[in-house]
Write a protein that binds this ligand. Structure first.
Ligand SMILES: CC(C)(COP(=O)(O)OP(=O)(O)OC[C@H]1O[C@@H](n2cnc3c(N)ncnc32)[C@H](O)[C@@H]1OP(=O)(O)O)[C@@H](O)C(=O)NCCC(=O)NCCS
Length: 324
């Protein structure tokens, strides 16, 4: 067995085989699956503000599994994120996952970092593997789903807050250049969400936010975005986004970041943002069946909003950490 790097310029067949292994390894896990295109962006670009690398385990021409690493470059330069580590189900329990992880740990050390973070469903092979390989629990997360086919739309419309002194604007796709500074301002509100121990606040520079918007072109995803402003001075106060896959529609929408800046909290802007965007999505994309959202299990404020909207628990995930 060899561990081979995926060339980000020409990921081709290796990436396709990685996606195949990824889809097979997660076949029993509910929820939407990253398309090949999205996986390619995750593995070759990482997340905005990071550089990425991806490797596969190959045996006799067959890809058994692989992993992706993202090394943040603007902040958190002491850690790397293991984005996906997967082994084809029929090749599991034969040491392939351990060999890939040992390789990943060497790459993390070579990048001058001493901490690896990853996540798995809270139950199952991934969690057992993480524990067996020395990872320790870092943060509990939960995924919740709102079934749009059964949602109480009249009730949701009635719930829409009308806070004095604020107005919402919305846009489809990446934000235009004029919006980037405001987006960078509101994204900093994400730093108040619970995060893993040992993880610093992220720095949302203009460049990083621009990279995030450019990434939408790469994944081909459709995004619905809303921003709320204080009317008096136009100050950006909060933001929320919903993402739809860029490939064949799969009936899923994913709730991405929602944030309200500290000075504007307590005016029900979080609910206003999420509901406005959801109602817009409903009107524009009647084929979407379900929307999924991720939260730290300890994020009481966001959970209260999600539960009021009718989101129901799908499953729990764990974040894990390993000092290397
Ligand atoms: C997690 C995963 C990558 C492990 O790959 P693998 O090749 O089976 O891993 P290994 O054979 O090296 O397993 C190493 C040890 O982990 C533990 N382990 C792995 N899978 C396990 C399972 N299903 N049940 C119990 N323990 C398990 C065992 O201690 C195992 O050692 P052993 O086989 O000698 O008992 C694979 O199950 C997978 O792709 N899962 C879905 C994706 C996922 O959750 N990835 C996140 C990984 S951090």
């Amino acid at each position: 067995m060899q561990i081979q790097r995926i060339d980000p310029e020409r990921p081709g067949g290796l990436l396709t085989a990685f996606h195949d292994a990824f889809a097979a390894a997660y076949a029993g896990v509910p929820g939407p699956l990253w398309s090949r295109r999205r996986l390619e962006v995750e593995l070759t670009e990482g997340f905005p503000g990071a550089r990425a690398e991806a490797w596969v385990a190959v045996d006799g021409g067959e890809v058994l599994g692989g992993y992706g690493l993202a090394h943040p470059v603007d902040d958190n330069t002491h850690l790397s994120r293991l984005a996906t580590l997967v082994v084809r189900p029929e090749r599991q329990r034969a040491g392939v996952g351990s060999a890939l992880l040992a390789h990943a740990v060497e790459r993390v050390r070579a990048a001058g970092r001493g901490l690896v973070l990853t996540e798995t469903p809270a139950e199952g092979a991934g969690a057992r593997f993480a524990k067996a390989r020395g990872f320790t629990f870092s943060l509990g997360e939960a995924r919740r789903v709102l079934d749009l086919r059964r949602a109480d739309w009249d009730g949701l419309r009635r719930m829409l807050p009308e806070p004095d002194g604020y107005r919402v604007e919305r846009w489809l796709g990446p934000a235009g250049p004029d919006l980037l500074p405001d987006l960078a301002t509101v994204m900093n509100g994400m730093n108040d969400a619970p995060r893993d121990e040992g993880v610093e606040a992220a720095s949302f520079s203009l460049d990083r936010v621009r990279q995030g918007e450019e990434r939408i072109e790469l994944t081909g995803e459709t995004t619905y975005s809303v921003l709320v402003r204080r009317v008096a001075d136009g100050a950006p106060a909060g933001y929320s986004r919903i993402i739809l896959t860029g490939d064949e529609p799969d009936g899923w929408a994913s709730q991405a970041d929602t944030t309200v800046l500290p000075a504007h909290r307590g005016h029900r802007l979080g609910l206003l943002l999420k509901l406005t965007n959801l109602l817009w999505l409903r009107e524009s994309e009647p084929g979407v069946e379900r929307i999924i959202t991720w939260n730290a299990r300890s994020n009481a404020h966001m959970l209260a909003i999600n539960e009021a909207m009718g989101f129901e628990l799908l499953d729990e995930w764990n974040d894990w950490r390993l000092d290397v």
